[in-house]
Design a protein around this ligand. Sequence first.
Ligand SMILES: NC(=O)c1ccc[n+]([C@@H]2O[C@H](COP(=O)([O-])OP(=O)(O)OC[C@H]3O[C@@H](n4cnc5c(N)ncnc54)[C@H](OP(=O)(O)O)[C@@H]3O)[C@@H](O)[C@H]2O)c1
Length: 246
Amino acid sequence: MFDTYRNAVVTGATSGIGRATVLELNRRGLSVYAVGRNQEQLDELSAASGVVTIKADVRDTDKIASALEGVEVDILVNNAGILSTRATFHEMDPAEIDAMIDVNLKAPMHLTRALLPGMVKRKRGHLIYIGSSGGRAPYPSMGAYGPSKAGLSLFCDNLRCDLLGTSVRVTEVVPGRVQTDLYRTAMAGNSARALLYDGYRSIQPENVSSIIANAIELPVFVDVARIEVLPTDQATGGGTMIKFQD
Ligand SMILES: NC(=O)c1ccc[n+]([C@@H]2O[C@H](COP(=O)([O-])OP(=O)(O)OC[C@H]3O[C@@H](n4cnc5c(N)ncnc54)[C@H](OP(=O)(O)O)[C@@H]3O)[C@@H](O)[C@H]2O)c1
């Protein structure tokens, strides 16, 4: 299905959108390198699909790059991401601010820096970033997550400027609410499921992975620069005003 590309790397491969993307790209004929931290889930993924797994924290650029030594990486899907515990910014654990920026913004930038020179040299490549609607509009309790994703979004635009003439494409996929385990860190116990998904018609990880694969499959002179994917039943915007009580 993919004439131009052979090898794809997907981070955050052990669950949600990342796992679905690994399986979809593998199904469409690519050799996929799945990066994740959970060995059991990596083994399960490899047994189910035959993909190559790389056990690494996404912040460990050197480990990932050395595991990919000799591989001509054509596609990099920067998907791994975290959401802090739900809290107003003035109550947020300061360590979570660093974690958001490190995992959601710095790690994709460093992995891009490591793998991009080969793509530029070969004049063949597609960089894909999973942004968020939280990076395009303010939401309560997303004071660190939102800026990390907004930074990622601007990074995509900057890359497009630098990559003119290289034939390397850059795509930012910007989902609204998708039914995954992302919110397990944000809310205690299983409350995320009840609060966010029960009774809602939610986007499934496979809906996002098919959009990613379709964007890759377009002719190389076509770049889906940014695509927003919201549940039909979700909207952003509106204003909030409260009555001040002293
Ligand atoms: N779900 C949504 O509503 C939604 C909306 C907008 C954007 N997104 C974005 O979509 C992307 C995928 O999230 P998801 O919804 O599929 O949630 P998910 O199921 O929680 O998947 C996140 C993945 O990232 C991995 N990860 C987190 N920190 C990592 C680290 N330091 N090193 C390596 N892997 C790490 C997780 O692995 P571990 O299990 O090892 O932590 C997991 O495999 C994220 O960037 C997220 O911000 C999600």
